[in-house]
Design a binder for this molecule. Structure first.
Ligand SMILES: [Zn+2]
Length: 469
């Protein structure tokens, strides 16, 4: 086994070895200089053939279900090299009857001919061919992301020979279960990332966020945000209990019940907007806050004055041109247009309300979800029972049911529900993004169609916020 494992290993043709600076070691084994600048890396095949279409798909799926699923990294393209022009990043794969290997780590492979070599019929691997293709691909793509062999580490205490360029950043403790560790008794960890692999990966490449959308999350009681092509979360505010984001603003309520809003970049300054606040929501240029039990809304600049809209408000929602509120006696009221327009009484026995520009969703005390679209006075459609929470985005409704399953309905109010997750404690939807927080505190996100794969945004998340529609 050891011999087989050893010869299976990557053969680095590039031989420069980084010196390891002691102060730099923090505790995956990464070569810092090899970390890609952009999370989107184009992959191409140098010599694809119709006879290996299936094997190439095995590789693509193995990568999708590992490195891509747990980080911001996206490997795109997967066509014959030269098909796509003017690429900032390009990982070139040659299919050959050789030991699988890469010619270096991470972005050292950019545009390098046969930068990765994969073997679709290799007798050096003693498992089934398909299994070997999958688990070797996962390992080699680890190198392609800049990860060195875990057993090369001086703190690992395993007896495999160090091989290939060493990393200079120990992003996690030595991990026997790593897909990059020859000492792992489970060869290439069965093609699965270990928990430390996932943590190290996210430390280097940040959370799964395919288009760099702005997302904020409460992690360990503090608010963090991420957007654009950055790989790391920005700490925004400590001691946060609730948040809301709109196109270019972020609002929070802290444990001391003060409410704060910032406008523009993640690093802009916070402005205090209320004391004794219990809920905040932002939409466009409006800021709504429940202050001392009463609903206040302001519009325009952050420093403008509030209009007090309702005494005794327990819940509310803002959309572009509407305000919806649940009064302390369970009435749902909606107003449209100016903040001083009249309330329209739209339902009784409600516990929450959600608005988009043309839909009103009320969740009744008996857990029925009722939605109307078009005018405020249109008729409700009873869309679901046993609902504990719901959210609206453009043409979608996402609902969490009392059994902790999450469902989505897309298009017409009469279309079918699709189940998207089990074991859910929080849901969110914005534009074409769906997000859930699972009962293991993993926040999962998908973008595009509802049948896309989930990616892991972060662990340890209690709440997650996407821009309000
Ligand atoms: Zn290797």
């Amino acid at each position: 086994m050891i011999f087989r494992r050893r010869i299976l290993g990557i053969l680095f043709l590039s031989v420069f070895v980084q010196s390891i600076c002691a102060q730099d070691i923090q505790y995956v084994n990464v070569l810092r200089a090899a970390v890609w600048d952009d999370a989107e890396i184009t992959v191409c095949w140098e010599n694809p053939d119709p006879s290996n279409t299936r094997e190439r798909k095995l590789v693509e799926n193995a990568v999708k279900n590992t490195w891509e699923k747990y980080s911001s990294i996206q490997f795109t393209g997967w066509q014959k090299c030269g098909t796509l022009r003017i690429l900032s990043s390009e990982l070139r794969i040659k299919i050959a009857n050789e030991h699988p290997h890469t010619k270096g780590l991470g972005k050292e492979l950019n545009h390098v001919e046969a930068g990765m070599v994969l073997n679709f019929d290799w007798d050096g691997c003693s498992f089934s061919n398909d299994y070997c293709i999958k688990i070797i691909a996962v390992h080699e793509f680890g190198h392609a992301l800049g990860f060195s062999h875990e057993h090369n580490r001086s703190d690992c205490g395993c007896h495999e020979q160090p091989q290939g360029t060493d990393g200079d950043w120990y992003a996690t403790p030595c991990d026997i279960e790593s897909v990059m560790n020859y000492c792992n008794p489970n060869y290439n960890n069965g093609g699965e990332l270990s928990e430390w692999d996932k943590i190290g990966l996210r430390k280097v490449y940040g959370p799964f966020n395919p288009q760099g959308d702005r997302v904020v999350a409460i992690i360990g009681g503090n608010l963090f945000g991420i957007e654009g092509n950055t790989y790391s979360w920005t700490r925004l505010m400590n001691g946060v209990t609730q948040a809301s984001i709109s196109d270019n603003r972020i609002g929070v309520i802290k444990r001391d019940k003060t409410a704060w809003v910032k406008e523009g970049g993640l690093d802009s300054d916070w402005v205090k907007v209320a004391d004794d606040a219990s809920k905040i929501q932002l939409s466009g240029n409006r800021i709504g806050v429940i202050i001392s039990g009463n609903l206040h809304v302001k519009e325009g600049s952050i420093n403008s004055n509030y209009d007090k809209l309702l005494d005794g408000a327990v819940n509310f929602s803002l959309s572009a041109n509407r305000v919806g509120v649940i009064s302390s006696d369970g009435k749902a009221l909606v107003k449209e247009g100016a903040l001083n327009s009249n309330w329209v009484h739209v339902a009784d026995n409600c516990r929450s309300i959600e608005l988009t520009s043309n839909r009103i969703a009320v969740l009744l005390n008996d857990n029925r979800l009722m939605i109307k679209e078009g005018s405020i006075n249109s008729t409700y459609v009873h869309v679901a029972d046993n609902v504990s929470e719901s959210q609206l985005s453009n043409n979608r409704i996402i609902a969490m049911i009392n059994d902790r399953t999450a469902w989505v309905k897309e298009g017409s109010l009469n279309s079918n529900w699709t189940k998207i997750a089990d074991g859910v404690i929080d849901i969110n939807a914005s534009g074409d993004i769906l997000a859930v927080v699972l009962d293991n505190s993993n926040a999962m996100l998908k973008k595009g169609t509802t049948n896309q794969n989930w990616g892991l945004l972060n662990i340890g998340v209690s709440s997650l916020y996407l821009p309000n529609n």
